[in-house]
Every structure is written in C-alpha cells, then in structure tokens.
Design a protein around this ligand. Sequence first.
Ligand SMILES: Cc1cc2nc3c(=O)[nH]c(=O)nc-3n(C[C@H](O)[C@H](O)[C@H](O)COP(=O)(O)O)c2cc1C
Length: 409
Amino acid sequence: MTKEIKVAENAYWVGYVDDRKVPFHRLTLEKGTTYNSYLLKTEKPTVIDTVDISFGKIFIDKLSEHIDPAEIKYIVINHVEPDHSGGLPALTNKAKDAVIVTTELGAKELKEMYRLHDREFLIVKDGDKLDIGGKQLIFFETPYLHTEETMITYCIEDKVLYPCDIFSTHVATYKLFNDLAAEDITEDFEVYYQLIMHPHRPYVQDMIKKIENLEIETIAPSHGYILRDNPQKYIDSYDRMSKPTNEEKNALILYSTMTGNTRTIAKELREGLEEKGIITKVINVKKNADVNQIKEEIENSDLILFGSSTRYADIVGGIEEVLKELAEMDLSDKFGVAFGSYGWSGEAIEVINDYLEDSNIKVIDSSLIIKSTGIDDLKFPIRVKFSPGEIESQSLKESAYVVGDLLLA
Ligand SMILES: Cc1cc2nc3c(=O)[nH]c(=O)nc-3n(C[C@H](O)[C@H](O)[C@H](O)COP(=O)(O)O)c2cc1C
C-alpha cells in the first residue's frame, strides 16, 4: 500500500506511476509518466478518469485501498484515449451499476472501444452540473484538448479542476504535488504543452475563457504533477503560449475552373484561412497566364493550394503550366495542398498531387494531418463533388483551419 495522496477533503489520487521509458505518440517519454485517476468519496462515490489500459488490475487494487469498487456510482471520462479510459473495462466489471459520465462523442467512442453498449451513460454538455452527494461537479467541453470528444470537470466545493490531459507533465513520481517536486517543473510542463496542446492552440484560448471565472485552488490533471501551488501561474503560461503570434503567414490559392465550382471551394478555403489570421491571395489561373508572375507569388508564400476541376480525366485552365515549373523551384520551406471539384472520378486533383509530390514542397495529405493532429475525418487532397453544399462548406472551413494551424505551429 502506497502513501495516501489526498487532493482535497474526501478526494484521493488513485492512479498509477509508470516509470518505464513510455512509448507515446511516436516519442519515448524518457522520464516516464503517471496516469492520474481520482476518487471523490462522496455519497455517490465518483471516479474521474482511469489509467492506461495495461494497468487495469493494479488500478482496481489501488482503488480498493479506499473503497469497494462495487460502490462506485459515477465514472467520469473526460477523454477517451486509452491511457485515461483504459481502466474502464476493469472498473465497470466491478462497479456493475456505475453510470459513465462523458460527452456525446465520448460515449459513442467508449461504447465501440470497450463494447459498453449495455451500460448506462450520462451525456453532459458545456456547463452541465452533477450532484454526487456532498460535492457538485461542472463539466466543460474542451474539444481537441486533446481530441475532439474531450471535456474537463470542476468540483465546486473543493475548487479543484480536473482537466485530464490539459496542464499535464510527463514525469514518473510519487511526489505528485508541484510544491514537492525535486526540480523546477517549468520545462517539463512547457514541453508537454508544445507537443500535445500547441497544435490546437485556438482551442486552448477557448478553454481558458471557459475556466476564467472559476475559483481554482488545485489543478489535478491526468499526467504528472498536481498543481496546488499557484495554479494560476500555469493557466497564465498556457494563455501566453497559445496566444496568436504576430508573425505574418501568407497563403496563395491558385485554381482553374470551367463553371465556377472550384472557385467556390477556393473561396471557402480563403475564408477559413483568413479566420486564422493568414493573409490569403486567390488567383484564377487561366490559359496563357503569366507563369513567371505566378512563380513570384509562390516564392512569397508559405502555403500554396493548387486547385482544378476535372475535364475528361484532365486538369483544366492554365494551372498545369504552373505545376510543371514546381520541380525546378526550391519549395522546401512551404506547404502545398491539392484540391478541386469533380463529377465522378476527379483525376485532376490526383495529378496535381503528383506534381506536388515530385517537387520538394511539404505536401499536406491525410497521413500528415493524422500524424500531426490526430484528426482523421478531413481528407487531403481536398475533393468536392460538383458544387459544395452546406456540409462540404463546413468541412472546407475545417480543412482550412487545420492547414492554417499547421502553418502557424
Ligand atoms: C466536358 C466535361 C467533362 C468532364 N469530365 C469529368 C471527368 O472526367 N471526371 C470527373 O470526375 N468529372 C468530370 N466532369 C465534371 C466536372 O469536373 C464537374 O462538373 C465539376 O464540378 C466542375 O467544376 P468547375 O465548375 O470548377 O469546373 C466533366 C464535366 C464536363 C462539363
């Protein structure tokens, strides 16, 4: 039995300290990590997040030092990734009647991941409250921090924020409170932010707005240190690191069209990029366009989006004349994206992508987006059948946001 770690009155850490060199997001966590789970021992005992999927049994043993797991009434899952929800199969096995509290998307994903279709779920939205008998919890949706379904939990009576991955550090230690740390934790804290949160920094700003009126005495995240000494310092640090930079970024959208559908795509992409603060220029590249002038525009841009519709399996307008030049240019510091409207096969988009691949531009494709952001429902190159409808327009905006974030990272 390890020493009791108490976060607040009747609130205990029931996590696991993983002192291996932990493989994580294609990195190795040299200092290991912890999976922080918390037990609120109220009239309706509640567990907030669990541990990595490899440590289900140890987790139940740890929890059993405080309570018979069968007594658990609520299991709050802030974030479905298996390093936090992985103890759920072991816990639900013991806590037969516990209700799982999470977001709508979280519930959908958990049911699939752990075959929990028969379990009772309580779906919560931004600002919803839950009385757990002696303490009240409030939930806030914090999408993309770190994945789309994520939320955070605040305990009103204890003034403790349980933000899951947000405000975490990767370090294996039983001295879990920041004031007990043997060394300055700033670097570990900031490195974690840069790796996990920074690609989603507009959402960090949204999250900070949601918590700014909460009285927070302790931040109890899901990895590493529990921040009870000056928690505001860490919120301010996230605010500072996630603020948009003044460094100007330029995008160029080049397209060719027959009837205007690809122009509409270009317009949606431009609007999305501009919402991200990226200065965006759009050029309709007609036959006999001035290729040298367009090359100059490319040189001055950080991101170039090349679009064409498909006509008899081929590219339209004058854009291919520009594409032919790319292999001879140094584009190694630039990102490139292919897009276009099509009817049934859309070869032009793929041929554009081939031109990009044959140059040294950094081609944004689905693989790169998944690896850098974890987002898998936006497809690159960007393909739209005929004219974009409402759903496609929204998706184009989101694609622009993701590309914009990549550019600003
Ligand atoms: C003459 C002609 C040929 C076309 N050939 C193809 C084709 O080979 N493959 C395809 O996917 N779509 C084909 N389309 C459909 C267009 O790509 C589609 O209508 C697209 O939305 C047009 O976009 P735009 O307005 O930007 O030119 C063809 C359309 C026309 C008028």
